[in-house]
Design a protein around this ligand. Structure first.
Ligand code: PCA
Length: 191
């Protein structure tokens, strides 16, 4: 099984993004899964375009996207993506949409097609805090999750998103990068 796994570049004045720190430290394989890693820009629309381009090349069975959620104290698989763009700060290209749909013809919300509850269980079994999240926000992470779920609706390609807390150098609450990487490994093992 090929898994396309993505993390983001830094944004919002930070010098690191724990999502890419955690993803880039993953091994090339987890069990029988081969991992293809991709670092994404924090830009509405463009992040999803990059993933779709890579997915055309690789035909992955699973696309697992990871992003930073400052303020959270646990690893949080996202349950749902919503059809809304609402930026609290401009993205890295300066875009700040306010209350616009991602796809004017798309459904209001789309559920993750990954086994989010099993992923939470598997992460907790490693002793790392994890819980479901029922909102990925309305910034670039939600944009990516919703756009991919919408694109792969009705296909065999499974899509999901996991938000991770800060790493200690960014402030508190935080989890060490090694634990974030372990959590992603556990999530992959639960697929
Ligand atoms: N977190 C932001 C975008 C990039 C990231 O890592 C978000 O939650 O939307």
């Amino acid at each position: 099984m090929t898994i396309l796994i993505t993390g983001f570049e830094p944004f919002g004045g930070q010098s690191v993004n724990p999502s890419w720190e955690a993803v880039s430290a993953l091994p090339e394989r987890v069990g029988s899964c081969s991992l293809e890693k991709l670092r994404l820009p924090v830009e509405y629309g463009e992040a999803a375009r990059r993933v779709l381009e890579k997915a055309r090349e690789l035909s992955p069975q699973v696309i697992l996207c990871v992003g930073q959620a400052g303020g959270r104290d646990a690893v949080t698989p996202e349950v749902i993506g919503i059809n809304l763009r609402e930026a609290s700060i401009p993205d890295n290209a300066g875009a700040a949409p306010a209350g616009t749909p991602i796809d004017p013809h798309g459904p209001d919300g789309l559920f993750s097609t990954l086994p989010v509850r099993e992923m939470v269980e598997a992460i907790r079994e490693k002793g790392i805090p994890a819980r479901l999240s029922y909102s990925a926000g309305a910034y670039v992470c939600n944009d990516l999750m919703y756009t991919l779920l919408n694109h792969f609706r009705g296909t065999d390609t499974r899509v999901g998103f996991v938000h991770v807390p800060y790493i200690p150098s960014q402030g508190s609450p935080s989890l060490p990068q090694a634990q974030l990487t372990q959590a992603l490994t556990a999530a992959i093992e639960a697929l």
